[in-house]
Design a protein around this ligand. Structure first.
Ligand code: SF4
Length: 416
């Protein structure tokens, strides 16, 4: 490391207190900790969504706990604690009174380890909570974790070894947070496939590009997002926001209302307006707005701040190109076939001839010799589909739109 970089490292300011939840992440994987706490990257997976849901339930009863000398505690939820001496902060899911002392109980979505003991990362988090409570004068023998999947309460014994490990993680996490770049990914670790950030971290691909791994990347199974594109094709309609829902209206008549969390992107055809309030809500959720002409030509895109992973994606594309066209061919041909099926079901006689063209394009995609040819076929199919899908229905969401997203985003996805 040269001198100028060292100076930069020293100047990076790290918050005084590390949240106990982030100690859990660090114990699981230092890179995950960095991506979440330092880079503020977050990706929802079914696990995190379920975890959030359960936490929302425990957070709902938020309250304060009496101090140790203010009387006996029965139960308190969502208790905030912090200690500058320890360098930790935490929000306790649940604090229960027990034999003159208290027990912090943390809720986790999954299940304990095979031997019925808590996972190390969970134990570190609860140990940090116990240390915080002791620091504030509470008598605490142990912590507990409620694993929601098996509905088990598992005790966390706060041994001297666990305390040492927890405090070492606090120090390491703070030191890691001062670095300019995240730690390298774990190598061929079974934790990665279940990690919520695997699609952002790309452990095998990054290791391969950095020559830390010889084997081919494990196949990344992209989560099937529950969200789908919202296609707005009604001339003169306005896309607005009402609470947590996107609304499509015209002359004050509501045409559609969908939950914001269900929208992957907004495709506005022709004279469709999107209010500033709706745009802000969409950007907060990383949802882009694509503007098409009446005829289905993509004219432009309104998007929030760009992802910092762009350069990484470009290198991935290069790496993928070196790896051959087999998978991109299959993927693009499959998506064109999906589009064809949807048009056949919903387009009627008017689209019969074009449907046959899509079938031919799917065949050509399967046999494409070069990446440029494959991209051309994909683009032609996307244009054809966009044009024809206008004849199906004015405002479409759900399954139809999901398939058409296959064409619209094919260029992005085929790089994997
Ligand atoms: S995918 Fe693996 S290496 Fe990357 S952050 Fe998650 S656990 Fe760490």
């Amino acid at each position: 490391m040269n001198e100028s970089v060292e100076i930069m490292v020293q100047r990076i300011e790290v918050p005084e207190l590390v949240p106990a939840r982030m100690l859990n992440e660090y114990a699981y994987c230092p890179r995950l900790f960095f991506l979440e706490w330092v880079d503020s990257l977050w990706a929802s997976s079914s696990d995190t969504a379920e975890g959030d849901r359960r936490h929302r339930r425990v957070d709902a009863g938020g309250g304060a706990a009496p101090l140790p000398d203010e009387g006996e505690l029965k139960a308190a939820r969502s208790v905030d604690l912090a200690s500058e001496r320890l360098g930790i902060t935490a929000k306790l899911d649940l604090l229960e009174g027990s034999d003159g002392g208290v027990v912090p109980i943390d809720t986790k979505k999954g299940r304990p380890g095979r031997d019925g003991t808590p996972w190390e990362a969970d134990a570190v988090q609860v140990c940090a909570q116990v240390l915080l409570l002791r620091e504030h004068g509470y008598a605490v023998e142990r912590g507990e974790i409620f694993y929601a999947e098996t509905r088990q309460r598992v005790a966390v014994e706060v041994t001297p070894e666990l305390v040492t490990r927890t405090m070492r993680i606090v120090a390491e996490a703070r030191a890691t947070a001062t670095r300019l770049a995240p730690p390298p990914p774990l190598r061929s670790d079974p934790k990665c496939p279940r990690c919520s950030l695997v699609g952002i971290c790309l452990p095998d691909e990054v290791n391969m590009l950095a020559a830390r791994q010889d084997s081919r990347p494990r196949r990344l199974m992209a989560a099937d997002p529950d969200a789908v594109p919202l296609y707005v094709m009604e001339p003169g309609s306005v896309v607005g926001i009402d609470g947590g829902r996107l609304t499509v209206s015209k002359y004050r008549e509501m045409l559609a209302s969908v939950r914001l969390i269900d929208v992957l992107k907004v495709c506005a055809y022709g004279n469709v307006q999107v209010t500033a309030q709706a745009m802000r809500a969409l950007f907060e959720r990383d949802v882009d707005i694509l503007h098409f002409s009446y005829g289905g030509w993509l004219l432009g895109m309104t998007t929030g701040l760009p992802s910092k992973n762009v350069m990484l994606r470009i290198r991935q594309t290069t790496a993928a190109a070196r790896g051959g066209l087999g998978e991109p061919r299959r993927m693009i041909a499959g998506k064109i076939k999906n589009c064809r099926v949807l048009l056949r079901r919903n387009g009627g006689d008017a689209v019969t001839r074009r449907v046959a063209q899509l079938a031919a394009l799917a065949d050509q995609a399967r046999q494409a010799e070069e990446a440029a040819t494959l991209l051309g076929i994909e683009g032609t199919a996307a244009r054809l589909y966009s044009m024809l899908s206008r004849r199906c229905s004015p405002v479409r969401t759900a399954c139809q739109a999901r398939a058409s997203a296959g064409c619209g985003t094919a260029g992005r996805r085929q790089t994997r």
